[in-house]
Design a protein around this ligand. Structure first.
Ligand SMILES: Nc1nc2c(c(=O)[nH]1)N(C=O)[C@@H](CNc1ccc(C(=O)N[C@@H](CCC(=O)O)C(=O)O)cc1)CN2
Ligand SMILES: Nc1ncnc2c1ncn2[C@@H]1O[C@H](COP(=O)(O)OP(=O)(O)OP(=O)(O)O)[C@@H](O)[C@H]1O
Length: 187
C-alpha cells in the first residue's frame, strides 16, 4: 500500500481504540521493552504522546527508564523548518502541550544528537522490512538520518506490520525493532 493510504487506514484503526485498550496495550508494550538488548545504553530518546491522536502512552516506558537511572531525552518540534531540538528530561523540566497537541519541554539542557543511543519512534504504520510511515512531515526521517548509525531505533505500534510500503524513498530510515502488544519484531 502507499503511505497516504496507510495513514488513512491506521488513523481510522486508532480512532476505534478505547481509553482502556490504549492503557493496556501501552503497558504491555512497555513490558516487552525489558526483553530488548538495550539496557547497557545510557541515552534514551522518547516521544511524549499526542493524546488526541491516541498515540501509545509512553509513560510506562518512561517509568522503566527512570527506574534504571537512564538519561531520558525528549524533543521540541519546530514546524517552520521541520527540525527537532533535544533536551534532557529532569525534575525541573516544564512540559507544555503545543498547538499540535505534542507535549514538549519549554527549555532545558540541550543534548547533541550524537549522544543518543536508543530512539523510541512514533509511527502510524510500518512494514515487515522495518520501513515506517508517520504523519508525513518528515520530522523523524530527518532526525533519524542525523543519529549515529549504530543507534537502536525502536518503533512502537498497536498493530501488526503491513506486508510492504510501496513508496519508500532513499531517505527513509529503517527501524531495528518494533514493539507491539503481541511481542517484539526484529528487522
Ligand atoms: N508524540 C509525537 N511527537 C512527535 C511526532 C509524533 O509522531 N508523535 N512527530 C513525528 O514525526 C513529530 C511531529 N509530527 C507531527 C506532524 C504533523 C502533525 C499534524 O499535522 N497534526 C495535525 C493533524 C494530523 C493528522 O490528523 O493528520 C493537527 O494536529 O491538526 C502533528 C505532529 C515530532 N514529534
Ligand atoms: N533526511 C531528510 N532530509 C530532508 N527531508 C526529508 C528527509 N527525509 C524525508 N524528507 C522529506 O520529508 C517529507 C515527508 O516524508 P515521509 O512521507 O516519509 O514522512 P513520515 O515518515 O510519514 O513523517 P515523520 O518522519 O514526520 O513521522 C518528504 O517530502 C521527504 O522527502
Amino acid at each position: 500500500m502507499l503511505k497516504a493510504d496507510l495513514r488513512t487506514k491506521y488513523k481510522a484503526l486508532r480512532k476505534q481504540l478505547t481509553f482502556d485498550e490504549i492503557m493496556n496495550d501501552s503497558l504491555i508494550i512497555a513490558n516487552h521493552c525489558i526483553d530488548l538488548p538495550i539496557w547497557d545504553k545510557t541515552y534514551f530518546h522518547l516521544f511524549l504522546p499526542i493524546e488526541k491522536q491516541k498515540e501509545i502512552n509512553t509513560e510506562f516506558i518512561l517509568q522503566i527508564l527512570a527506574g534504571r537511572d537512564k538519561e531520558i531525552v525528549i524533543s521540541k518540534s519546530n514546524f517552520e523548518d521541520l527540525s527537532m531540538t533535544h533536551y534532557l528530561l529532569t525534575d525541573n523540566t516544564t512540559i507544555k502541550v503545543n498547538s499540535y497537541g505534542i507535549p514538549e519541554p519549554v527549555d532545558g539542557i540541550e543534548v547533541p544528537i550524537n549522544k543518543i543511543e536508543v530512539i523510541f519512534v512514533p509511527l502510524l504504520a510500518y512494514d515487515k522490512k522495518g520501513n515506517r510511515v508517520g504523519y508525513g512531515k518528515g520530522f523523524y526521517d530527518k532526525f533519524l538520518s542525523k543519529c549515529k548509525t549504530e543507534s537502536i531505533k525502536i518503533g512502537l505500534s498497536y498493530f501488526d506490520p503491513e506486508d510492504v510500503i510501496d513508496d519508500i524513498q532513499d531517505n527513509d530510515i529503517k527501524l531495528d525493532y518494533c514493539i507491539t502488544p503481541f511481542g517484539v519484531i526484529k528487522f
